[in-house]
Design a protein around this ligand. Structure first.
Ligand code: MTE
Ligand code: MO
Length: 212
């Protein structure tokens, strides 16, 4: 895990040097996962609750199997190094959105801050709307996984999961917690909201891992 973390951190650094928004070739035929349709809009999916969290009341807890559990308030979170990344977004309900420009804090930065213990192997995300989702730690240690506070240069709106939401582009979008409140490092896997209700646990859009 350590080597993977260092490699991801290095790739993040290289990507940040190449400043500016560079949409990739939209025409690339291999870019849309099987069974997906491209949308130009940005649909909203939630549990019917869009919690309103003022910045003064917002915090992100990073804990579990870590050497240094932290609870970051809005100021402390935004004082962490910021990254920007453009990625594609794939929802299990068959829409995909290309070139989403997110900025915020890289997952690797939170990993480095909390210092997971050697037995940490899974991540369980919790949200202000009662949502949860789970991801193997190795899937989070990639140079496109971040806790985003901005979309296209503007604060993430409440409907899209502001103040902060998780983005894991290589998995179906339900694996990215909107309104994120907690990031918990666990030794074993723990199923999240949709994973308990018939959605795939692995959620790879390229393998069409939609429902379990
Ligand atoms: N907290 C929370 N996060 C969530 C959800 C949710 O209901 N609550 N829905 C998930 C699903 S199913 C998808 S497709 C995306 C939708 O993000 P969007 O509303 O910005 O399109 O958020 C994911 N994260
Ligand atoms: Mo979804």
């Amino acid at each position: 895990m350590k080597d993977q973390f260092i490699a991801a951190k290095q790739r993040w650094a290289e990507k940040q040097k190449a400043a500016g928004f560079k949409p990739r070739d939209v025409a690339a035929p291999d870019r849309l996962p099987p069974g997906q349709r491209l949308t130009k809009g940005f649909p909203v999916l939630d549990l019917g609750i869009q919690p309103e969290i003022p910045h003064a009341e917002w915090s992100l807890t990073v804990d579990g199997e870590v050497e240094n559990p932290v609870k970051l308030d809005w100021t402390a979170f935004n004082a962490l190094p910021q990254v920007e990344d453009t990625s594609d977004f794939h929802c299990v309900t068959t829409w995909s959105k290309f070139d989403c420009r997110w900025s915020g804090v890289a997952f690797t930065t939170l990993y480095e801050l909390a210092r997971p213990k050697p037995d940490a192997a899974f991540v369980y995300f919790t949200s202000y709307d009662g949502y949860s989702t789970n991801v193997p730690l190795e899937k989070c240690l990639d140079d496109d996984v971040l806790v985003a506070t901005r979309f296209d240069g503007e604060p993430v709106t409440r409907e899209h999961g502001g103040p902060a939401r998780v983005i894991i582009p290589k998995l179906y979008a339900w694996k990215g917690a909107k309104f994120v409140q907690g990031i918990h490092f666990l030794p074993g896997d723990k199923l999240g909201f949709w994973e308990l209700r018939g959605y795939s646990n692995s959620a790879d859009p390229w393998k069409e891992e939609r429902y379990a």
